[in-house]
Write a protein that binds this ligand. Structure first.
Ligand code: HSE
Length: 340
């Protein structure tokens, strides 16, 4: 199976490293290597049908700032020139327009290629359209890492809990906000906590997307569409961020044995992100950067899942799980004539 990586920042590099670290496991599982045949950053690309060494790509990017030796002006030219089986789309998220990621994903799906992405913009703006395109062309679009990074919520709901009637999902879907609110619990000022979250590499390039609740809203949209079968977009979410939460409000919550957390909530009819009072000791009262979600089901009752919502290797682990799902599906459908 030949992979092309679009976007070679932290997540793209992390994925290349994870693929290198799982080389033996993957080749034993499938009987053949899974190779990277191409990679692209915002200006340059590398492509070799025989395969590129993942760790050399990472070193070159670190040393030169470029993933490849050739420049391009239109990513579609590159994606048409290089033949691949799976596109891993991890270019920077653009919540307003979908950014380059939207074009890259569309281009791959139009060509009948499976796509894995963690890019929230295209999914929050055009989920239904992209899924319909994938279906029409007989390919898969998987996006486990787009909600909660390494927290395995999408596949848990759509595969593990597929027989359940899920009535609601409430969760902490933004590590930056949770970090800030946890620090405010301890008396630290908002700005200082935000700066620390940025230093930890959690915050978005534009942290407004975190603190205004836009990042969590994208995740809530993705859950509503994929788990509840709804057809909603970013603009449909009722969003309140955490910028107007005062030290006094945090202290008041503490005096009632509560904490304030930014909670995303999805049901058949609800689609909200906003600060909520959570009793101390409740699974959603956690402190720090972890993401946590409580899934309410009819048969299994409440199921709580938690994990690291961002990070180089953590997000790459979610991409790896999607890659394995795609390779397993090929194994099932192609049987002995496995195209790997
Ligand atoms: N900026 C996000 C967060 C991480 O703070 O949780 C990626 O979605």
């Amino acid at each position: 199976m030949r992979i092309f990586i679009c976007g070679f920042g932290t997540v793209g590099q992390g994925f290349a490293e994870v693929l290198a670290s799982r080389k033996k496991f993957l080749s034993e599982r499938y009987g053949k290597d899974i190779i990277i045949i191409g990679a692209m950053d915002s200006r340059t690309f590398a492509c070799d049908p025989a395969g590129l060494d993942p760790l050399s790509l990472v070193s070159r990017k670190k040393e030169t700032g470029k993933v490849g030796g050739k420049e391009y002006s239109d990513p579609r030219d590159v994606l048409s020139e290089c033949d691949y089986d799976v596109l891993v789309e991890v270019s920077p998220t653009d919540i307003k327009t979908g950014g380059a990621g939207l074009g890259n994903i569309t281009c791959a799906l139009e060509r009948g290629k499976d796509v894995i992405t963690v890019n929230k913009g295209p999914l929050a703006l055009r989920y239904r359209e992209l899924m319909d395109l994938a279906k029409k062309n007989g390919c898969l679009l998987r996006y486990e890492g787009s909600v909660g990074g390494a927290m395995p919520i999408i596949n848990l709901c759509t595969e593990g809990l597929v027989g359940e009637k899920i009535t609601s999902i409430r969760g902490i879907f933004n590590g930056t906000c949770n970090y800030i609110l946890s620090k405010m619990d301890k008396g630290q000022p908002f700005d200082q906590a935000l700066k620390e979250a940025q230093q930890l590499g959690y915050a978005e390039t534009n942290p407004t997307n975190d603190i205004e609740g836009y990042d969590a809203a994208c995740k809530v949209v993705i859950l509503a569409n994929s788990v509840f079968g709804r057809d909603v977009k970013f603009d449909d979410v009722r969003i309140t961020g955490i910028t107007s939460i005062t030290d006094e409000a945090v202290a008041m919550a503490a005096s009632r044995n509560m904490v304030i957390r930014l909670i995303g909530e999805v049901t058949e009819s609800k689609l909200e992100v906003g600060p909520r009072l959570i009793p101390k000791g409740h699974p959603l009262s956690i402190s720090g950067t972890l993401n946590t979600a409580q899934i309410i089901t009819d048969l299994a009752g409440p199921v709580t899942v938690s994990g690291r919502g961002a990070g180089r290797t953590e997000t790459a682990s979610a991409i790896l799980s999607d890659l394995i799902a795609i390779a397993d599906r090929r194994l099932r459908t192609d049987g002995k004539s496995l195209h790997l």
